[in-house]
Design a protein around this ligand. Structure first.
Ligand SMILES: Cc1ncc(COP(=O)(O)O)c(C=O)c1O
Length: 484
């Protein structure tokens, strides 16, 4: 391994030279990957294998003096979200400016647990949190924090529910100091809500699944029955987690009737808006979130619909005092007083990245309309894509999309009367073939007994033409499979 001196590694001129080359490599990459050609496949060829893992172990121990060569190898071995054929999981195609902010945040490395370890970062986070809470229609009393991801935020929403509604001090005395607790969530809720209740020690049946309708939205009229089931099991229901929207199909639970139910029974309402809360920015689609202002807590990922690099999640509380009460630990080496500016009291994390900074800089630079237009455009394109699918005899749309997630099956004529197992296998095989061909990246999900291809139209540069091309690509992949 070549040796560098510490002085060289930290030298500003060395950083300038390397930084310029580093950016040039990334710019060249963006030019290629956005070119809408198969110059770079969306999904690189390697499959998970011990050889692939070994090749990266070898790079680590090889004598290497060139971080740019490593950068190129890492880029080549990554999934290319900036490719307009990326219609996969709900992960932002990050704004280049936001990625520059990430670099600056890493360099400054202000850990933020206490105000003095991040004066600008603390103010920035609070400003972005306020911007988000205002979008939700909440008053100045609302507050929150930025945390590492929707899963963590949902856990925090449920921790707050436990603290505020359990009727005993679980934080001080432990989860088992009172009756067993439970929360209700739609059968389509993201798995992390189940994980959160398990982390809190409520066990697997601490999350009661509420039935959904034909469009995979929670059926609020089922809430009473689900609560009764929990009670029969000797559990005390303290919260409802509403999905806005769900992951698999992007379905929005009807928040108004769910909020009515919570109000009637004194339950905490947590809205998992990891993907879908961004719709609040769009005049056209805001209605999907009607009632969100009545939630007690909301999860909102900026790294899904707001073009931010992962991770950047707001956990937001209608009553900001809850955020400030949520965690309280004494640590004289860190907290000298419990001022409301020390964000370490509001999150599970202690040190964290300046995670609101990219959104702050991009909002200040591009303005709010830039973001609302993006949300509206993605949702619009999904509707157009669904119409296209419906007009094709060899495609079968799962449900009309409510956001920018579209699930469908490819059913060429020879499969129309096939059994479900064969049809399901076909979806997976065709998807794998498309990935192998390299022009698109899409995923799959199971709804009931049926496997569906699943797309999220999230790349700002993905056009209706690309989406038409995806159908041709699926047909081509299918023809190749049949020819084998
Ligand atoms: C509805 C929903 N909630 C929570 C999560 C988890 O969020 P994260 O991946 O930021 O932890 C996801 C991720 O896709 C999601 O779709």
């Amino acid at each position: 391994m070549a040796s560098y001196s510490i002085e060289v590694a930290y030298h500003p001129s060395a950083f300038r030279i390397l930084g310029r080359q580093w950016i040039d490599h990334l710019v060249d990459y963006l030019v290629k990957v956005q070119a809408d050609a198969t110059v770079i496949p969306v999904q690189p060829q390697p499959r998970p294998s011990s050889e692939w893992m070994q090749s990266w172990r070898e790079r680590l121990s090889a004598a290497s003096t060139d971080p740019l060569a490593l950068l190129d190898a890492i880029v080549a071995g990554s999934t290319h979200l900036h490719h307009p054929g990326y219609v996969g999981h709900q992960v932002s195609v990050p704004l280049p400016l936001a990625t520059l902010c990430e670099g600056a945040s890493a360099l400054l490395n202000n850990g933020m647990a206490v105000f003095e370890m991040g004066p600008a970062a603390t103010a920035i986070e609070q400003a972005v949190v306020r911007w988000m809470t205002r979008q939700l229609g909440w008053s100045e009393a609302a507050d929150g924090a930025f945390v590492s991801g929707g899963s963590l935020a949902n856990l925090m929403g449920l921790l707050a529910a436990r603290q505020e509604r359990a009727g005993f001090d679980a934080w001080r005395d432990g989860s088992h100091a009172g009756p067993p607790l439970a929360a209700l969530a739609s059968a389509q809720a993201h798995y992390c809500s189940g994980r959160a209740v398990q982390l809190m020690g409520w066990g697997q049946s601490g999350l009661i699944k509420v039935a959904v309708d034909a469009r995979f939205r929670m059926r609020p009229e089922e809430l009473e029955a689900s609560k009764a089931i929990a009670q029969q099991q000797g559990r005390r229901v303290i919260a409802v987690v509403a999905s806005a929207c769900s992951t698999a199909t992007g379905s929005y639970d009807p928040l108004e009737p769910v909020a009515d139910f919570c109000h009637r029974h004194g339950l905490w309402l947590h809205v998992d808006g990891a993907h879908g809360a961004s719709a609040v920015l769009s005049e056209r689609y805001r209605g999907l979130l009607k009632g969100i202002e009545r939630a007690d807590s909301v999860t909102w990922d900026a790294h899904k619909m707001l073009m931010m690099p992962a991770l950047a999640t707001g956990i937001l509380f209608r009553d900001g005092a809850v955020a400030r009460r949520l965690f309280s630990q004494d640590a004289s080496y860190l907290y000298q007083d419990h001022t409301s500016y020390d964000l370490g009291h509001r999150t599970i994390e202690c040190t964290k990245r300046m995670m609101a900074m990219p959104l702050y800089v991009c909002l200040a630079t591009y303005g709010e309309a830039f973001f609302s237009d993006h949300v509206t455009a993605c949702f619009d394109k999904a509707r157009q894509f669904a119409e296209l699918l419906q007009s094709q005899s060899d495609f079968d749309l799962a449900i009309e999309p409510q956001c920018n997630i579209v699930c469908f099956r490819y059913l060429p004529s020879h499969l129309r009367d096939a059994d479900i197992e064969r049809i399901n296998h076909w979806q997976s095989h065709v998807r794998n073939r498309v990935l192998h061909r390299g022009s698109y990246y899409l995923v799959q999900t199971q709804l009931g007994d049926k496997v569906f291809l699943r797309t999220t139209i999230i790349h700002p540069l993905t056009t209706p033409g690309h989406l038409e091309g995806l159908l041709d690509e699926l047909r081509q992949a299918g023809a190749e499979l049949q020819g084998q």
